[in-house]
Write a protein that binds this ligand. Structure first.
Ligand SMILES: [Zn+2]
Length: 254
């Protein structure tokens, strides 16, 4: 089940902007690009910040398109509410009909991804609750990056996204807390060990760690101290926030 979810749903796109061309237009004489036209729907998030939700133009509107749009807007609004973001950047959301289409158009597999630089997220057309979680997760990567500043660790980058979505791999964070595997030293997850650890351990741990941090020191201190902290400044940042790595790891434990 977890393997079926895959990392793409949860991975941040580090690809340079020019590597993706989701809205390219074919020119006369050239072979037709994959799906190149999009239908756009425009919405406003709180504060009047625009959100463009795009569906492939050749993908006739599904019966549940309205519900999918609602789920995206609910998921993005949850990002603003949970992280206290008042002035979000404009965002573009691409809804792909399936993994193959997303891969063909963006070079990215999985069930969604975020491109922080282009201020866009890609999700799959799925059941509305799944879309809502994807929009919250991927939307956090973009909206938090621009509102809070670049995260200093993958632990905080993914942790914020998992915490805001309150889920990973279709399970709630509270469910994960009951039986979270521990095969790696939690300390290594602050650094490059995060990418080396099993995703089904690192991602829910990150979300639970952020949840514990918010409960312990409050969201404002998490935003000010923990989000920008690098592995090198980690302990000093947690001390400045009034806690410690060990204390928060202990707070994660069921
Ligand atoms: Zn992610």
């Amino acid at each position: 089940m977890l393997e079926a979810i895959g990392c793409g749903w949860f991975s941040k796109d580090e690809t340079p902007a020019e590597a993706t061309a989701p809205a390219s237009v074919s020119t006369p004489g050239s072979p037709p690009a994959p799906t190149t036209q999009w239908r756009s729907r425009s919405f406003l998030l709180r504060g009047g910040s625009p959100v463009e939700i795009r569906f492939p133009a050749d993908d006739s509107a599904a019966a549940d398109e309205g519900a999918v749009i609602d789920a995206i807007l609910v998921g993005l609004t949850a990002v603003l509410d949970t992280l206290s973001i008042d002035d979000p950047v404009p965002l573009t959301v691409y809804v792909h009909p399936d993994v193959r289409s997303q891969l063909r158009l963006t070079g990215k597999g999985g069930e969604g991804h975020a491109d922080v630089t282009r201020k866009e997220i890609h999700v799959l057309h799925a059941e509305p609750p799944v879309v809502e979680a994807m929009a919250s997760h991927e939307g956090t990567h973009v909206l938090a990056h621009h509102a809070l500043g670049p995260p200093g660790t993958t632990l905080m980058d993914e942790g914020l996204a998992v915490w805001v979505a309150d889920a990973y791999g279709g399970r709630s964070l509270s469910a994960w807390a009951l039986d979270l595997a521990q095969t790696v030293d939690r300390r290594t997850l602050v650094g490059p060990g995060f990418e080396e650890a099993p995703e089904s351990e690192a991602y829910p741990f990150a979300g639970l760690f952020v949840r514990a941090a918010v409960r312990t020191v409050g969201l404002a201190a998490v935003r000010e101290h923990l989000v920008p902290a690098t592995p090198e400044t980690w302990d000093a940042a947690l001390a400045a926030a009034g806690t410690s790595h060990a204390a928060l790891v202990a707070a994660v434990a069921p």
